[in-house]
Design a protein around this ligand. Structure first.
Ligand code: NAD
Length: 328
């Protein structure tokens, strides 16, 4: 009997060719929005998804034969991991595929803030020329504060050093060796908020990171700081961020992720012309798309070939304290 695989999002053609070469797979493409009501779900043995599919208890109840879910993403807060554990379903993700893209977006946003790129662009388009108040700064000797020195944070550290910046970091779950490897100085969260000229967040969505930057911190954060968040929107309390922006307590802000996505048209964040906003595109490069597709499909093939697993979820990390699906 062929294994029945439901493919519920876009995967590269090259990666699908890898599946076609295997004799024992039957795969069916399904629109993510139609998965829950699909007749195919009951017979599916594997799901290949990205973040558009929410794997809920309701969905799993219908998928009685499901053995494995592979999400071609690094985030996994769209999957109810308590329920997958209850049903004994193996879950894997592709956390390394987006590392470079997400780190490069973080750099891009910081450089755009630093060079006041949006203002310069608007001036030129309006037929105007240089203006003295639009001055950028140079980066060497400045301090980049990285919150979460994991896959993406550590790559950002490497890129920051290419600009001869000092790197400080707050990551209570990383050992000293990890800090040494990325030549980052370990500091407390408070120190980082006070000392850094650039702060970027690269933490997972957990109860502990929920609104970990909030009104209490904006009271004392460095008033000249550039703030960049490409991790998860829940990390920053948006209401107090808006207040901090109104008070001009921050030099610049760039966000790729939001408390609610897509960003509602009513969001006050849209009112600040100097704030850079992107629509959750940290993994939106051709390279990351191809890499995540291939990684996911190879994981699927290996799983059914000999039971091999890697990057299983929930992650075996000290910071993981349970499924956060309840506040997706
Ligand atoms: P990772 O698991 O490799 O690293 C996370 C790091 O955060 C770890 O080193 C961990 O020790 C640290 N950490 C955990 N809790 C912490 C806390 N309370 N305070 C400080 N540090 C803490 O994850 P990653 O692959 O580097 O991804 C980082 C984030 O970026 C994730 O939230 C991921 O979902 C997100 N992401 C976003 C995009 C995008 O499209 N914008 C793309 C890829 C990843």
């Amino acid at each position: 009997m062929k294994k029945k695989i439901l493919i519920c999002d876009r995967f590269s053609l090259e990666s699908l060719h890898l599946l076609e070469r295997e004799d024992n797979f039957e795969f069916i493409k399904i629109d993510p929005d139609q998965l829950l009501d699909s007749d195919q779900l009951a017979a599916a043995e594997a799901l290949l998804i990205r973040s558009r599919v929410s794997v809920t208890a309701e969905l799993l109840k219908k998928a009685k034969k499901l053995q494995v879910i592979i999400t071609a993403t690094s985030g996994f807060d769209h999957i109810d991991l308590d329920s997958t554990a209850k049903w004994g379903i193996t879950v894997m993700n592709t956390p390394s595929a987006n590392r470079e893209s997400a780190a490069q977006l973080t750099l891009t946003l910081m450089l755009a803030l630093n060079q006041r790129l949006l203002e310069a662009h608007r001036l030129t388009k309006a037929g105007l020329w240089r203006q003295e108040h639009i001055l950028g700064t140079e980066l060497d000797g400045k301090t980049w504060g990285i919150v979460g020195l994991g896959r993406i944070g550590s790559r950002v550290a490497e890129l920051a050093r290419a600009f001869r910046m000092n790197v400080i970091s707050y990551d209570p779950y990383l050992d000293d060796e990890g800090f040494e490897r990325y030549q980052a100085k370990r500091v407390s969260y408070e120190e980082l908020l006070k000392l850094a000229d650039v702060i970027s967040f690269h933490v997972p969505k957990t109860k502990e990171t929920h609104k970990m930057l909030n009104a209490s911190h904006f009271e004392y954060i460095n008033r000249e700081v550039f703030l960049v968040n490409t991790s998860r929107g829940t990390v920053i309390d948006e209401e107090s961020l808006v207040k901090a922006l109104e008070n001009r307590w921050l030099r610049g802000v760039a966000l790729d992720v939001y408390e609610k996505e897509p960003l509602p048209r009513s969001s006050k964040l849209l009112n600040f012309p100097e704030v850079i906003l992107t629509p959750h595109i940290g993994a939106y490069t051709e390279d990351a798309f191809f890499r995540a597709s291939e990684d996911a499909i190879l994981k699927l093939i290996r799983f059914f070939r000999d039971g091999t697993t890697s990057d299983t979820l929930p992650p075996k990390a000290d910071w993981y304290t349970g499924s956060h699906f309840s506040f997706v």
